[in-house]
Design a protein around this ligand. Structure first.
Ligand SMILES: *Cc1c(COP(=O)(O)O)cnc(C)c1O
Length: 457
């Protein structure tokens, strides 16, 4: 088998800035050891997120020039709507400025007090929108999905036995809809099988509960199904996508992921009366239903991106480049969450830095060292993000201490990834020297974005 290469050539480039160790030390100090507070310009390889960080294609940029900016009924809207309908089959397609705007509208309408929304794993904005509306977000991942070292094909699956038990206990009238997140972002970018989507659909149908997909990475999920699930090897990814959506009554989507654009999203729905109410809310907060918070040019770029993301050479390269990073790290003995997901590698910081206790934030320590040694920006997903203090002042750590290396779409080449591997391996060899951190200032909510840290010497 030959090397799987980037299925594109580069037409336009953006320089990245090299810094000296002294400069990086100063950047860290000025940013209080929080990489969210570091200017992107001072980052060499930015793996903070795969959301909205993709490189658009020449055809997408051409679409930007062709965008129809008419207030109502823009040609670009109809192109976007046609593409989304072709893939999803939903009768109503409502554009929003990003995924969370679709979530906000949907859950404002259905998730009031006393309502429960089950999901394989809620993404943080999804959970926040359910809770903000007064409802309760319930995660039902499988047991293997929660084991960072279990190797399995579909660790993103919903625990369907738990789902049915939950519906019986809670009462179908208290569950306005059920969701499946593909791929399961909070669970490590792990895919969900078609069988699991079908079974979830069957259970939902039995109890009369609509099923929605949180469809941000639908194409990556479909590609995993093609590669791993019996019966799909010879099916075009597009048909797999259409089958996945055929089991759903609606979807929320962040176009910043698998539509390969920098901003955008949509809400898809089959329920006409819910769609009418959603459009009324859209007009208040986002805009008229044929643009919904986006410019016509954005809708063009999304329509084009939804085509490009289904190119199987693209998907092969995408999934393989993440797997390659994971494989090389495993070979060097670096502990990661297994198997590699679709959009990111998660370093297991608890194993990487066992000498740093969770209350001294091993993930944060590793994030700082990756920048210090290589100018790489990553993100802590551990006790900085999810740890908390009880009223009595005891520290409750996160379930896992992870550092996510998210791979932007079509942005970095294999040599960039090789460099990342070298830096991670160097950190692994020097791991005994890394300090823990303490928080010197933090906001009351979502502290990881703005907290200030100091090393514990
Ligand atoms: C990114 C993401 C969202 C939210 O989308 P935004 O465009 O960032 O608002 C929702 N769900 C999942 C699974 C995501 O990855």
């Amino acid at each position: 088998m030959k090397t799987i290469i980037e299925p594109f050539k580069i037409k336009s480039v953006e320089p990245i800035k090299f810094t000296t160790p002294e400069e990086r030390e100063e950047v860290l100090r000025r940013g209080f050891y929080n990489l969210f507070l570091v200017p992107a310009e001072d980052v060499l390889i930015d793996l903070l997120t795969d959301s909205g960080t993709a490189a658009m294609s020449a055809a997408q940029w051409a679409g930007i020039m062709q965008g129809d900016e008419s207030y109502a009924g823009a040609r670009s809207f109809y192109r976007f709507e046609k593409k989304v309908k072709e893939l999803t089959g939903f009768t109503n397609v409502i554009p929003t400025h990003q995924g969370r705007a679709a979530e906000k509208i949907l859950f404002s309408l259905v998730a009031g007090k006393g309502k429960f929304i089950p999901n394989n794993s809620h993404f943080d904005t999804t959970r926040a929108n359910v809770e903000f509306a007064g409802g309760e977000a319930v995660d039902l991942p499988t047991a293997e999905g929660q084991d960072p070292e279990a190797i399995a094909d579909f660790k993103g699956n919903m625990d369907t036995l738990a789902l049915e038990a939950f519906i019986r206990k809670t009462g179908r009238e208290n569950i306005p809809l059920c969701m499946i997140t593909i791929t399961n972002n909070s669970g490590g970018g792990q895919p969900v099988s078609m069988e699991n989507i079908r079974e979830t659909h069957r259970i939902c149908r039995k109890y009369g509960i609509p099923l929605f997909l949180d469809a941000c990475r639908f194409a990556e999920n479909a590609y995993f199904i093609k590669k791993r699930e019996t019966g799909y090897a010879d099916k075009p990814v597009k048909e797999i996508v259409q089958e996945m959506f055929s089991y759903a009554d609606g979807a929320t989507m962040s176009a910043k992921k698998d539509a390969i654009v920098n901003m955008g999203g949509f809400l898809g729905l089959n329920d006409e009366s819910l769609a009418a109410r959603a459009r009324n809310l859209l007009i208040v907060t986002e805009g008229f239903p044929t643009y919904g918070g986006l410019a016509g040019r954005d809708l063009e770029a999304i329509a084009q991106g939804l085509d490009e993301v289904l190119d199987e050479h693209y998907l092969q390269y995408r999934i393989r480049s993440v797997e390659y990073l994971g494989e090389r790290l495993v070979k060097a003995g670096v502990p990661i969450l297994l198997p590699p997901g679709g959009h990111a590698i998660y370093l297991n910081a608890r194993k990487f830095l066992p000498q740093i206790p969770p209350e001294q934030f091993p993930g944060q320590s590793l994030v700082v060292e990756l920048y210090r040694r290589g100018g790489i920006r990553s993100v802590e997903i551990g006790s900085v993000m999810f740890g908390r203090m009880t009223a009595a002042g005891t520290f409750v750590p996160a379930r896992m201490e992870l550092v996510r290396l998210a791979i932007p779409r079509r942005v970095y080449t294999q040599s960039h990834i090789d460099y990342v591997i070298e830096v991670v391996v160097e950190c692994f060899e020097r791991r005994g020297d890394f300090p823990g951190y303490r928080i010197i200032e933090e906001p009351p909510m979502l502290r990881h974005f703005t907290a200030k840290f100091a090393p514990i010497r």
